[in-house]
Design a protein around this ligand. Structure first.
Ligand code: BTN
Length: 129
């Protein structure tokens, strides 16, 4: 096989193996609901931690920073926030596109009958100065 084809094969393989782009530390991101993700530390392998402040209308636990941790999985990254006072946990499955983070989120809670329920939606975060 020629050097050219070996190089192309290596490039394709590295694209398949490469994990997702994750937000740099430090960086600040605000979504369309006014909520903020503040990334403060990165572990050098795509993992990161910081704080999420919820400002979305119709949700509880507002205007208080909660610990957020994230990590890459294949071509996406996930970040997770527990809201202890609201007894809920939200996971965002995300990709970075330019100056935005596009996310699907999944919020888990227990209803009044004791059944585990989930709510979901989308968030788009834009990088803030
Ligand atoms: C709660 O009400 O259970 C805690 C706050 C949840 C806020 C959710 S998380 C997904 C969505 N995006 C936001 O910016 N806020 C809501």
């Amino acid at each position: 096989m020629s050097k050219f084809f070996l190089s192309v094969a290596a490039l394709l393989l590295s694209c398949v193996i490469a994990s997702a782009q994750t937000p740099p530390a430090p960086s600040r991101w605000v979504n369309q609901r006014g909520s903020e993700l503040l990334v403060l530390t990165a572990d050098g392998q795509g993992g990161f931690s910081g704080y999420f402040t919820n400002r979305a209308a119709g949700f509880g636990c507002q205007n208080q920073p909660y610990a957020a941790t994230g990590k890459p999985v294949q071509n996406k990254f996930y970040f997770v926030v527990t809201f202890p006072e609201c007894n809920t946990v939200t996971v965002w499955r995300s990709i970075i596109v330019g100056n935005t983070i596009r996310s699907y989120w999944d919020l888990s809670y227990v209803d009044s009958a004791g059944t585990l329920r989930r709510a979901n939606g989308t968030d788009v975060f834009t990088r803030a100065p």
